[in-house]
Design a protein around this ligand. Structure first.
Ligand code: ADP
Ligand code: MG
Length: 724
């Protein structure tokens, strides 16, 4: 028997694909940031004074006067039009993981019908899309629709090239007429300001007199899958939900560990180069790429940047990953778990804070015990994760990330901090009132004269920790691959702001009664570690012992699903945290909870509807057709006196019957609407509906193992993951 004709056609399409020729082969210095209106382009285009004002705004966040905005707008328009742009757009980040844009022409006409172009400071500064058409969590009534976008001069404007031409894109914030944040950028900017203010307090108390504004930075590693479009188009689940709702694991998956860091398939290399050239033109510093653990899975990581710019770039990166994939005949799946049985995808958010005068405050240097600023900032992070672990869990919660967290391939849903041997020892010493030089990593010496010796890191890595110190930054490893990085950055900056304020208060008291600064720092950190040291954990985060002891002995929360995690956004501590820091008013925070729960509910409902549809209209007919074929055959054989056992027919009949039973139950479950509140609705979906979906899938996947390959209509895992 041969493969099913539909699938065979898909495979043959792929075999006949011509590799996409590389069109952009210019050297890096020719293309780097060529489509970005950054400080370098502004220096050329602006008067000295205007440039100085803009530079000050970009580097310190200082206000820009309207007259300079006019000058910048005119120069920006000239620059963009010279690159072929006829339109401009404020691009903003609504409370989805996507971006939004509204395009306006530069053109206006005069009474004689002649056309001129115009772009003033006020057009640059403010745009007005319909505020009610984006998720707003009851912040806007449909009849009170006004929403504003406003230029964020600290993230550079750029040109976006699409099939229909070039557009000037202006990174912007998005708010309601009453000034509430409707987007993800406003809270990020606010959280950075709160962190800066609190950080300045600590540094001033430590005797620093020249303190530049503090900024958070972010480097996000992005994992993704590439599947040929010919396969994806034949799978309604991949098209509509980004993951396979049905599909039996391939006999060979990732067991041989032969994909990770392996040779990158030629077609994928072309894709990566094309993508990276596009990123370079946009000034996005793509730095590493490699195969990931699962077959068909890859990673790209740009070099880190200021968090606000990195977050904008991350959105552009996700858009370009997908659009470039289409040009190469691939679908890029950013879903956290597109395929059962092989690893899912994450987005490790590397984060640190620093400034131009004190440097990276999370860099311990070679003698961390002497680096008091580092110890205070690192301690503040520990306190933050301990107090606001549930918040960190809530900001990474989504229907899709639920498939990945806690599944022994990704960090558990319990938030703890990994410090590495050296720092863990140091902070444990502090708990006993000591601050001593800790052991360094020493040298790596293999005893082979031709291999040069090198300095070893002071601690190993821990893949099982959701929040790990990695040398000069923390790596929030539990973030999902499809998520924007805004939420995690906002939570980290704000918890740090809160902790730095606590540190500053404690330091004020300790300094008054201590002999030395060092003694005061030890006093503060000793108390901090006594209260919060419980969150530090260097062991195996996947183990069941940890799941037990984390909760029972250490009092950490285990929030396995989004339904368990999202309500944390409404806890008293979290409301207070955000309103004290000026990041979210209680009303704004409530609106986020509403938007994210609605997204969760919709995602599960769409998947549940689709899987019932697939079970009834794809799996059932295929398996039933095959069953009647083999039954007929065995009947005719019987007529000529040949009798063979019909265990397979029996098995298929049984599986079909129970699959349809569960499908009916799932359909009925989706008709339940009488929930006391949103939390109850989410719990029902997370536990009852998801269990029924898993049950339907189990039957469908078992049928895949029984029904002839010739009639199985859906592309199989072994094809999707391995044929490129
Ligand atoms: P690995 O896979 O070894 O963790 P990668 O090189 O893939 O590391 O990614 C590490 C990411 O961390 C990169 O984006 C890198 O630029 C970023 N990074 C490095 N230093 C910092 C820092 N101080 N703050 C934020 N991000 C950082
Ligand atoms: Mg990493």
């Amino acid at each position: 028997m041969s493969v099913n004709p539909g699938r065979a056609a898909a495979i043959s399409t792929i075999n006949q694909r011509e590799p996409m020729p590389l069109t952009m082969t210019q050297p890096l210095n020719k293309i780097w940031a060529s489509d970005v209106f950054n400080l370098a382009s502004m220096e050329e285009a602006l008067s000295k004074n205007a440039f100085k004002a803009m530079k000050n705004t970009v580097q310190t966040g200082a206000a820009l006067d309207p007259a300079t905005a006019d000058v910048v707008a005119a120069a920006m328009k000239e620059w963009a039009m010279a690159k072929g742009a006829k339109f401009f757009s404020h691009i903003f980040y609504p409370m989805t993981n996507a971006t939004a844009e509204k395009h306006d022409g530069f053109i206006i006409t005069n009474p004689d019908g002649a056309a001129i172009t115009e772009f003033t400071g006020s057009l640059l500064i403010k745009g007005e899309p319909d505020g009610s058409s984006f998720p707003n969590g009851s912040l806007r009534m449909t009849n009170a629709a006004r929403g504003y976008t406003a230029w964020d001069p600290t993230s550079p404007a750029y040109i976006m090239h699409t099939a229909n031409g070039a557009t000037l894109m202006i990174p912007s914030v998005f708010m309601s007429w009453t000034g509430e944040a409707l987007d993800k950028k406003i809270p990020l900017l606010r959280s950075n300001a709160a962190m800066n203010k609190a950080g300045q307090r600590v540094l001033a108390l430590m005797g620093e007199d020249d303190i530049a504004p503090l900024n958070s930075s972010c480097g996000a590693e992005q994992e993704y899958f590439l599947i040929d479009t010919a396969f994806a188009n034949a799978r309604p689940d991949l098209l509509l939900t980004g993951r396979s709702l049905i599909g039996a694991p391939s006999p060979k998956g990732q067991e041989f560990d032969d994909h990770y860091f392996g040779a990158i398939p030629a077609r994928v290399q072309l894709y990566m180069q094309d993508l990276e050239d596009k990123l370079y033109k946009l000034g996005i510093p793509a730095k590493t790429h490699h195969n990931e653990v699962a077959p068909g899975q890859f990673e790209i990581a740009p070099y880190f940047e200021a968090a606000n710019v990195a977050a904008d770039h991350q959105q552009q990166l996700m858009t370009l990953l997908k659009s470039t994939a289409k040009e190469h005949g691939f679908v890029c799946l950013l879903h956290e778990k597109p395929f059962k049985g092989v690893n899912g995808s994450g987005k490790h958010v590397n984060w640190s804070v620093g400034n131009s005068t004190q440097g990276n405050l999370l860099d311990p240097g070679s003698t961390p015990n002497e680096n008091l600023n580092f110890l205070l900032f690192c301690g503040a992070v520990i306190r933050g994760v301990h107090l606001f672990g549930p918040l960190l869990r809530a900001v990474i919660a989504s229907a899709s990330n639920d498939h990945r967290l806690g599944a022994n391939e990704a960090p558990p849903a319990i938030l703890s901090v990994y410090l590495g041997d050296q720092l863990e020892r140091l902070f444990n010493d502090i708990k006993t009132g000591k601050l001593e030089a800790s052991e360094k990593g020493g040298y790596m010496d293999l005893g082979l004269s031709q291999i040069l010796k090198f300095e070893r890191d002071p601690g190993d890595r821990n893949r099982t920790s959701p929040f790990a110190f990695t040398g000069n930054r923390f790596e929030f490893r539990a973030v999902g691959s499809s998520a924007s990085v805004h939420g995690p950055l906002v939570a980290m900056n704000t918890m740090l702001a809160d902790s730095l304020n606590w540190v500053a208060d404690a330091l004020e008291t300790a300094l008054a009664s201590s002999e030395s600064k060092t003694a005061a720092v030890i006093t503060v950190l000793k108390e901090l570690m006594e209260l919060h040291g419980n969150v530090v954990f260097g062991g195996d985060g996947y183990s069941s012992e940890w799941h037990k002891s984390a909760v029972e002995e250490r009092g950490l929360k285990n929030l396995p699903t989004t339904a368990d995690a999202l309500p944390e956004l409404c806890s008293e501590e979290v409301i207070k945290l955000f309103s004290d820091a000026g990041v979210f008013t209680p009303v704004e925070l409530q609106s986020r909870y509403e938007v994210y729960s609605e997204q969760y509910i919709l995602s599960i409902e769409v998947e549940a509807k689709l899987i019932t549809d697939m079970a009834k209209t794809i799996i059932y007919p295929a398996a039933m057709g095959y069953l009647s074929d083999i039954s007929e055959t065995s009947l005719s054989l019987k007529e000529i006196g040949v009798s063979i056992s019909n265990t397979s027919a029996q098995k298929i009949a049984g599986l079909l019957e129970s699959m349809m039973d569960v499908t009916t139950k799932l359909e009925a479950a989706l008709n339940k609407h009488d929930f006391a509140d949103t939390n109850e609705h989410m719990q029902y979906l997370a536990y009852d509906v998801r269990a029924l979906m898993d049950d339907v899938r189990e039957h469908a996947d078992a049928l895949e193992g029984e029904v002839s390959d010739e009639v199985w209509p859906l592309p199989k895992y072994r094809e999707m993951l391995f044929i490129k």
